[in-house]
Design a protein. Structure first.
Length: 104
């Protein structure tokens, strides 16, 4: 599945099949969450949260691809991400775009 953030794929013609999305609510375990809170006091990158959000984006993209495949898509254009905090230490990540089928 080709996934691009741009709105047009150079050299390809296609028809839009519609909106596709994938989302996940992801959290870290309590131990890593507590360690990250301490890191927040002294400054620096909160590696556990960086890893959590990376995992969440990968899962969300995978679910978006499943949605696109169900529509018979060859690609997703205009990939975007949105995220929101659900509770302390947990976030929702959504991947979304437009499913397209190549016509050439």
């Amino acid at each position: 599945m080709l996934i691009v953030t741009i709105e047009n794929i150079p050299g390809k013609t296609y028809e839009a099949l519609g909106f596709v999305k994938g989302s996940v609510v992801h959290s870290k375990n309590l131990g890593k969450d507590i360690m990250s809170q301490f890191k927040g006091l002294v400054g620096g990158e909160m590696v556990a949260y960086t890893e959590m959000l990376t995992e969440a984006r990968q899962i969300a993209v995978g679910r978006m691809v499943e949605d696109a495949e169900q529509k018979g898509a060859d690609a997703v254009v205009g990939l975007r991400f949105a995220s929101s905090t659900i509770t302390a230490g947990a976030a929702e990540v959504m991947a979304f775009g437009t499913a397209v089928r190549f016509t050439d």
